[in-house]
Design a binder for this molecule. Structure first.
Ligand code: DAH
Length: 323
């Protein structure tokens, strides 16, 4: 018994000291091998008195499995410590590079357009998407019988609100809470109950612009829009102001662009209607302003050659990764 205890201590401390798989293997051979210490002891069982054989055999078996499990455990802990020395590990293989995210093409377009106006002294502001009829229509001088007020053209809530159908609402919100002069642009989502197809979506983005000062003439509007379009599309772009009607501006225009072949309608603009200035408590006799509104998707589609607006909203990474 004492011999076995000593043997157990001996093997324990050897396992503790072992620092390699090779050392572990040497211990295994010395103790558990065919000619090892344990085998020798088993061989000696015959020399014991029959009444001691059973106990000794039992103890010996226990010691044997004690050594086996300690060797296996030590081998495991050695191999997890020395991963770097794994002969199958090739440090020259390329690593797994993390996927880098990017901004959505609509966000990129909004930022690019905003940057141009920020350099011209405009401030980027936010507005609410759930609005009142006052901000979306009435204050913008849109008459009660105007078709855009119809439930076919605007989403209404049961509680008397609506999802804004244009970012022009932000003109009203900003003028109500600030005094002129002001120069703002307001990017954001707008909603219209349109059937979805390649060029329509029930939700899309607009950027509204507004400048109000003592004298903010139509020629100022024209100069700013021209500068904006040349910065966004390059010096080769041509621009045309085409007379149009919007309830909240007078005179009103639609601005078209061209690269030589045909004209593309790009944005609406005009001089802020006196009724709009009055609706927010500004005096039309003291201040004057211009406003414009553009569709972000339309510009992004033009810029990147995209032919279906739905691609922006389907979250297909194969599409989004291209930007
Ligand atoms: N709100 C108009 C629309 O959604 C766009 C627009 C036109 C905005 C003329 C303006 C403007 O500020 O002056 O179609």
């Amino acid at each position: 018994m004492a011999d076995l205890r000593a043997l157990q201590n001996e093997v324990s401390s050897k396992i503790k000291e072992a620092q390699s798989a090779k050392a572990i293997e040497e211990i295994r051979i010395a103790f558990l091998g065919r000619k090892g210490k344990i085998a020798n002891l088993f061989g000696a069982i015959g020399s014991l008195t029959p009444d001691r054989r059973k106990q000794f055999g039992h103890d010996l078996n226990e010691l044997k499995s004690f050594i086996e499990s300690n060797l296996t455990e030590k081998l495991k802990s050695l191999s997890s410590e020395s991963k770097g020395e794994d002969p199958y590990f090739d440090p020259t293989l390329p690593g797994v590079s993390p996927r880098v995210g990017r901004l959505h093409p609509i966000t990129q377009t909004i930022r690019e357009i905003s940057d141009i106006f920020v350099r011209l002294g405009f401030e980027v502001v936010d507005g609410e998407e759930i609005e009142t009829e006052f901000h979306n229509f009435t204050a913008l001088h849109i008459p009660l019988d105007h078709p855009s007020r119809d439930a076919f053209d605007t989403f209404y809530t049961d509680s008397g609100y609506l999802l804004r159908s244009q970012t022009s609402t932000v003109q009203i919100r900003q003028m109500k809470k600030r005094k002129p002069p002001l120069r703002i642009i307001a990017p954001g989502k707008v909603y219209r109950p349109d059937a979805v197809d390649a060029s329509h979506s029930f939700m899309f983005h607009q950027i509204e612009g507004l400048m109000v000062d003592k004298s903010t003439a139509f020629s100022d509007l024209k100069g700013i829009i021209h500068l904006f379009l040349r910065t966004l599309f390059g010096k080769k772009v041509q621009m045309r102001f085409r007379p149009h009607f919007f309830p909240f501006t007078e005179p009103s225009v639609e601005v078209d662009v061209s690269w030589g072949k045909g004209w593309l309608e790009l944005l609406g603009a005009g001089e802020v209607h006196p009724s709009v200035l009055s609706a927010v408590g500004y005096s039309p006799n003291r201040v004057q302003g211009f406003a414009f509104g553009l569709g972000v998707e339309r510009i992004a589609m033009l810029k990147y050659g995209i032919h279906d607006i739905r691609l922006f909203f389907e979250n297909d990474l194969r599409f989004l990764r291209q930007f």
